[in-house]
Design a protein around this ligand. Sequence first.
Ligand SMILES: Cc1cc2nc3c(=O)[nH]c(=O)nc-3n(C[C@H](O)[C@H](O)[C@H](O)COP(=O)(O)O)c2cc1C
Length: 185
Amino acid sequence: MQLDETIRTRRSVRSYQARELPPPLVDEILDLARHAPSSMDGQPWCFVVLRDPETKRRLADLKNAYCPPQKRVYPADFLAEAPVIVAVCVHKSRSHGRELENGILATGFLLLAAHARGLAGVYLSAYQKEDPRLAEQIARLLRLGPDVQPVTVVPLGFPREAPPPKLLRPLETMIHHESFDLGLL
Ligand SMILES: Cc1cc2nc3c(=O)[nH]c(=O)nc-3n(C[C@H](O)[C@H](O)[C@H](O)COP(=O)(O)O)c2cc1C
């Protein structure tokens, strides 16, 4: 798939076929994710690939337990049904103070690489600014060690649904030349 088409057609998918993901396919995706930019080119990533049903269920339970009240209508149970979950983590010692940015960018690359191969997933945060317990519990579950911080958890699978193209806010309301033009809001 060409890059433009990959970017334009990627959607979040929360329902997956039971079909297993071959390990080399997951490795291809992670190989591309690590081409993301990173602060001072620290390349701080570590990707924890989860296939064990018990670990996936516990991760879903943690996401639900620490879900902010306004998002409880969107439970994370689908995590337990994904054939693979990738926990995108970073070494703090290689992050130059930019742990979240480094992890988030690699997650974006990962999602595009997955989509280009016919897979789908969705971005889920592994931390909450206002409550450190989610990240702490995920770190404990995955035995991450003191230098490693989880940033996102991304379920991956062959999609069971094909979401329609989404309605985008008009480009002209997003672009400003030289300074911010309130008149276009
Ligand atoms: C920072 C961030 C947090 C998100 N958190 C969740 C989440 O907790 N649960 C979920 O199902 N999707 C989550 N998403 C996915 C968004 O809901 C999704 O990207 C958005 O609705 C746009 O749809 P699209 O990805 O299909 O373009 C998150 C995405 C981002 C970037």
